[in-house]
Ligand binder design. Sequence first.
Ligand code: CTP
Length: 397
Amino acid sequence: MKNAKIIVGVSAGIAAYKAVELVRLLVKEGAEVRVVMSANAGQFVTPLTFEALSGHPVYHNLFDAQNSMEHIRMAENGDLLVVAPATASTLAKMAHGLADDALSCLHLAFKGPLLVAPAMNEGMWGHPAVKENIALLKSRGVEFVDPEDGELACGVIGPGRLADTAVILDKVRSYFNPRDDLIGIRFLITAGPTHEAIDPVRYLSNPSSGKMGYAVAERAKARGGEVVLISGPTHLKPPVDVDFKPCKRADEMNALVQEHLADCDVLVMSAAVGDFAAEKLEKEKIKKHGDEGLVLKLVPTVDILLEVAQRNSGKLVVGFAAESQNLVESAFEKLKKKNLDFIVANDISAPGIGFQSDSNQVTIIDREENMEHLPLKPKLEIADLLLDRILTRLKRP
Ligand code: CTP
């Protein structure tokens, strides 16, 4: 990051102390760092600390007569603005264009890319107002490093803890040294759940959010890969510039996979494909009849990975396994049965990880039975680690 001009915006949260380490590491990597603080951030860490570490005066007082135009000067001299930690209040100001302290004024004056790392109590993080402000900022192209799950300053365990400094640092690095190690590699990625209709208003499905598959697609694209993303119904926005193929049923997903398989180098099957569908799709809505129950006959859906294995496609194939017991044994069995190069297994009985979460804790097993238990990490990071392993295997003679 030699000569990268980075502005670090610090707002008033307990996690402000972590910004001290972030500034120190950025300086160590050769960046020229300026710090701007919100009106109350000084309640947590003094400007002097940041001044000593960055080697530059810290902008924190909007009404300092000597420095009245500092937000303009500083904004013109930065390549990237990193707001860490961003409190709920700072996010709201940024989303709605308020400018009543040094940080919020600088934010409006700054024309470059923005990276925001929020940190707050889990209730605040889950509040619709915060979610809407984040959605608004994302729609303007602001990038986020989401908070982690963990023990919060308020004693509660949940999402809201500022992302690890190493994760923020990595994201900052990627602005100045974008990774392009996947150029020329074609990925076919499936994500999300499937829906198997029972009648016109009901279907069988599962709680998969699609986040893991979308994360793999986002990172593969960002690192230069070509990506076809086949997705069951989710609430997620497809990553920019991926070739997006939506579908609902397992047989539709299968048809898309088989259609695109020949043109890919790597198949990543992260979709939670439903194993059963109703034998008969009722044309009209099924009516209830008093206390009478309903008996549905279910039939198995097509096993997409098994079909791929039977075609002996010669592609590098990655499967996923969501297990509630005997994680390693069951995952390993699937790896063999479906002739996979890797299987990514996660324990769905553990709270706070898996389907709907932004983080996950997975074990990656390869065909030689090498096993890696990864710690709890954001799905984007897991995606990068998985892509690293795929790349290594592709490069093997
Ligand atoms: N998969 C598939 N086609 C299906 C079902 C699953 O291709 N009809 C893929 C998933 O995308 C995932 C892997 O297979 O990569 C999961 O293996 P699977 O044996 O189907 O897992 P479960 O459905 O969880 O199986 P079980 O209920 O036996 O644990």
